[in-house]
Design a protein around this ligand. Sequence first.
Ligand code: SAH
Length: 223
Amino acid sequence: MVGLVSPKHGIPVRVGTLPPMNSNLELVEKLVSKKSQTTSHIIKAFKAIDRKDFVLPQDQDRAYEDNALLIGYGATISQPTTVAIMLENLQPQAGDKVLEIGTGSGYLTALLACIVGDKGKVFSIEYVPELKAFAENNLEKYEFENIKLFVGDGKLGLAAEKPFDKIISSASAAEVPKAWKEQLKTGGQLLSPVGDDLAVLEKLSKNKFKEEKIRGFVFVPLQ
Ligand code: SAH
């Protein structure tokens, strides 16, 4: 297990054999300077979670590039700018109960868990069992107690744990699955790639949603 400590110079670093933290920090600083990230608690999570912990061994030297990287089984760890834009639009808060669809590497899962904190919870569903195992292994480098991973078809959501404050998918759908809309709390936010757009929905009442679209993304399609 690896935790976070505050060293002499005051910047949190991971314990263990590690990439220099300033490399991850450089990535975060780049996201902040491009204004992809503006919210302080989200920036803090990006600093605490090292992207290198979520890429394949052969891509270790590319971990801080602002690119999506292959993680096998047709999946990618999302581009950092995309992840930042997704989280800025979802605005998860401490204490939130979040449903994630498409665990992949577990990178976004870790960021979400960091943001929602001890009083919150992240439920994440992955379709490919090998990727769930990859994410599990990556997440073990941290000491999260607020994450639950599942293998299954995320289109169905997770009825046993509804309602959710936030729902976020990393895989694109032709339209937002009904189950997600139903399992979202009234007042909650849902973010899902729809085609090449990112749909941001707010649930106003049982059957009423406010929807905005952000254009120009590429996502792995939902199976
Ligand atoms: N946020 C992840 C993105 C992974 S790519 C990361 O940064 O690592 C999208 C993931 O969605 C892939 O791992 C893919 O296997 C998964 N996926 C595709 N269809 C799915 C479905 N129906 N249910 C759950 N996961 C699915």
